[in-house]
Design a protein around this ligand. Sequence first.
Ligand SMILES: C[S@@+](CC[C@H](N)C(=O)[O-])C[C@H]1O[C@@H](n2cnc3c(N)ncnc32)[C@H](O)[C@@H]1O
Length: 177
Amino acid sequence: MIDINKLAHRIISEKHHVKVSVDMTMGNGHDTLFLARMSDHTYAFDIQSVAINNTRSLLENNHQINVTLINDSHENILKYIKEKIDAAIYNLGYLPASDKTVMTNSTSTVNSLNHLISLLAEEGIIVIVLYPHNPEEIAAVIEYTSKLGPCYDCMEHKILNKGSAPFIITIKSNKKC
Ligand SMILES: C[S@@+](CC[C@H](N)C(=O)[O-])C[C@H]1O[C@@H](n2cnc3c(N)ncnc32)[C@H](O)[C@@H]1O
């Protein structure tokens, strides 16, 4: 059985040098820790303070100090980040074993993607992990990525014989575009 989070990390690992990375949905910090280990600096966003606390503990336990934790919606990314971004990840949905009513939604996800893309470096990558329990958000992300211009390559990575499994959409920005 494919582990979708490991696959997401493997796709990002193809990048050899990551100066700046962003975890757009910090949660318990597993993606933040992964990005921090391969980046000069990592930013991570979440609207829930429990996510900030859990991620801070995980980073401290792993002696990872190159991370800025931001307790705000990823929609406000332009308020916090002015540099070019080499790699970013979204793990959409709700925090496991927590309040399932606090979850990502199509409007804020697409708004944040639009801002994130304006900061994406040449040959930068965005990896989005999507879950079938939010079809409206899936439809919005597919519509947004399908309409991006030729400076970007957008791909869907899906298990074809397991319709209810999570899947990945990647956005890569092309060189000199
Ligand atoms: C599936 S969890 C993320 C899992 C996480 N990446 C990890 O490694 O544990 C989704 C997270 O997105 C957060 N979230 C929901 N809406 C958000 C928003 N507008 N901005 C930032 N984070 C948001 C939730 O609070 C939740 O913690």
